[in-house]
Design a protein around this ligand. Structure first.
Ligand code: SF4
Length: 172
């Protein structure tokens, strides 16, 4: 049976820092990565946050015609891969919005999990911002990410050509 709710830390209804355009960002609750100097330590506890229904989130998303997309951030979205994949299915069916997902794992590490729900969630996303936040590589000039090791991957192009294609945001 499809999931109908997820555990989240909070939302940002009109973010301009979590991917292209104006985005509704969902910060999921729970993260195992413990990146030093993480900006969102309150999202780490897997038992924290609040459980929220997909209907509540989708109602709010559909109310804003200015949105270009939705972003799943964290916390670690891929720790709730099944629930987020089910939400992404509804998002794609009920809106024309694109989907960006952040992860503390790299794209290659996500693929190496060989986890059906992780793969399903990846298959529904348009962009992946991958890798942990590394303080020593912090760079405030980067678009949509905090440290130079992190990549913004164009997943549609990546799936098409069979190797990682970056979204060249820094050229804009
Ligand atoms: S992956 Fe994100 S939320 Fe998790 S510890 Fe690292 S910076 Fe913090």
């Amino acid at each position: 049976m499809a999931c109908t709710e997820l555990r989240l830390a909070g939302t940002e209804p009109e973010s301009i820092v979590d991917g292209r355009g104006i985005r509704y960002t969902i910060f999921v609750q729970g993260c195992p990565h413990n990146c030093p100097n993480c900006q969102n330590p309150q999202t780490h506890d897997f038992h924290g946050g609040t459980v929220t229904s997909f209907d509540t989130l989708l109602d709010k998303i559909k109310q804003n015609p200015m949105l270009r997309g939705v972003t799943f951030s964290g916390g670690e979205p891929f720790c709730q891969a099944e629930a987020l994949a089910d939400l992404a299915v509804r998002l794609k069916a009920e809106t024309k919005l694109d989907l960006t997902i952040y992860s503390g794992w790299t794209y290659e590490q996500l693929l190496q999990k060989h986890d059906a729900e992780v793969n399903r969630l990846l298959s529904l996303a348009d962009y992946l911002v991958d890798g942990p936040y590394i303080e020593a590589q912090r760079d405030l000039t980067l678009h949509f990410r905090g440290s130079r090791n992190q990549r913004v991957i164009d997943l549609n192009a990546t799936r098409k050509v069979g190797h990682v294609v970056l979204d060249d945001l820094d050229e804009e």
